[in-house]
Write a protein that binds this ligand. Structure first.
Ligand code: PMP
Length: 405
């Protein structure tokens, strides 16, 4: 097991103060802080290797290309994809979902065809499909959940019809922390010959992921949530599927030959990577994945589980506390409200104590509607958080309650 206190030294920002108090950063589901090795990777590559990738014969271009393609291999290994050609670099989860929704709807769906999503999706996995619904007349169907925040598998099975073309669901809810039974969801979909996209934005930083073991057809995530830089993310797609989908954007890199009469497209994964890729970001993302791999994803998961269980027990002893999301399988996201206290007021007072949490609808308005609230306060944990930070949160909430009631 890694040493949390020592690990914190790798993250310079964690030793800063806000309003004169030590920072307690509990907004990790929105974005994580960066270890030194990730920031240094960005600086070093700009200072010593920077050149555009793929087409250059010169030394720097070849070195930059090697770094970029090695990073693709690092991502492949991290999620156990079969081939590096199944790893497409994108700007993040949102762009990855939009890519699949657009190319899949264009090539595989007709008016009246259906996509199954769940009630706990992030807006990116709702609105991307709604844009296609508006364009092509496809229909969204929604998996409901129980009051603990668990998807209802019986209801899920009933949603399949001969018109179902794809299922698109989150691995882990960014509001409830529910870990959805994705292997089972995929097994059921495959029994109906329907492929599945898994939104891994909230799972990749917290648990080992093996896309082949899960059987996922598409798996998407953002670099910045797994200690990597902003502006880079990943679309994993099984080769059989990526081969069948048309390009998402046109430009350089994604073509084989271009003439005004006919253009042929590059092979995978370049068919989906139009324009100069974020090769600085891909190297830094690979450093982030190396970093968490060295700590051990199982140990990170165990550490965060300990924090979450402790946070739940501390918070539940606060009078008027209401926790949202009581799934049996849960991750390190704790959403809550305290009776009589507006979430924005709670978030603002915690902030003044140096405690960063998120308040609001968390880009999941349909889920808020299902829960009958407008927003919640959300604390979310990362590999570097400590039990004493959980204590600070619980004490901060108690103080805020006294001030606000
Ligand atoms: N899906 C989930 C479950 C998320 O939590 C988020 C980020 N909050 C996203 C998608 C979107 O990620 P990004 O903004 O990095 O594209």
């Amino acid at each position: 097991m890694y040493d949390t206190v020592k690990t914190r030294e790798d993250f310079p920002i964690l030793s800063r103060t806000v309003y004169g108090r030590p920072l307690v950063y509990l907004d990790n589901a929105a974005t994580t802080q960066k270890p030194r090795c990730v920031v240094e990777s960005i600086v070093n590559e700009y200072y010593s290797v920077n050149a555009n990738v793929h087409r250059g014969v010169h030394f720097l271009s070849q070195q930059a290309t090697e770094l970029h393609e090695n990073s693709r291999e690092t991502v492949r290994r991290f999620i156990n994809a079969r081939s590096a050609s199944e790893i497409v670099f994108t700007r993040g989860t949102t762009e990855s979902v939009n890519l699949v929704a657009s190319s899949f709807a264009d090539s595989q769906m007709q008016a009246g065809d259906e996509v199954i999503v769940s009630v706990m999706e992030h807006h990116s996995n709702i609105v991307s499909w709604q844009l296609q619904a508006a364009r092509k007349g496809i229909v969204l169907k929604v998996i409901p959940m129980n009051d603990q925040g668990e998807l209802l598998l019986d209801e899920y099975e009933k949603l399949f019809t001969p018109r179902t073309r794809i299922v698109s669901v989150a691995h882990v809810s960014n509001v409830l922390g529910t870990v959805n039974p994705v292997a089972e969801l995929i097994r059921i979909a495959h029994a109906h010959d329907v492929p599945v996209l898994i939104d891994g934005a909230q799972s990749i930083p917290h648990t080992p992921v093996d896309v082949q073991a899960l059987g996922a057809d598409f798996y998407v995530f953002s670099g910045h949530k797994v200690y990597g830089p902003t502006g880079i993310g990943v679309l994993y797609g099984r080769e059989e599927w990526l081969d069948r989908l048309p390009p998402y954007q046109g430009g350089g890199e994604m073509i084989k030959n271009v003439s005004f009469e006919k253009t042929t497209f590059n092979e995978l994964p370049f068919k989906f990577e139009a324009g100069t890729p974020d090769y600085i970001g891909s190297t830094a993302l690979a450093r982030a994945l190396d970093y968490v791999s060295a700590l051990g994803m199982e140990d990170i998961e165990r550490h965060e589980r300990g924090l979450t269980l402790y946070a739940l027990s501390r918070l539940k002893s606060i009078p008027g506390m209401r926790i949202f999301g009581e799934a049996e399988h849960r991750s390190g996201v704790v959403s809550f409200l305290v009776d009589g206290v507006h979430p924005l007021d709670m978030g603002t007072l915690l902030d003044r104590m140096g405690i960063a949490v998120r308040t609001g609808h968390h880009c999941a308005e349909p889920l808020m509607r299902r829960m009958g609230v407008e927003g919640t306060v959300r604390a979310s944990f990362a590999l570097y958080n400590t039990m004493s930070e959980v204590d600070a949160l619980a004490e901060g909430i108690e103080r805020a309650c006294k001030m606000l009631r």
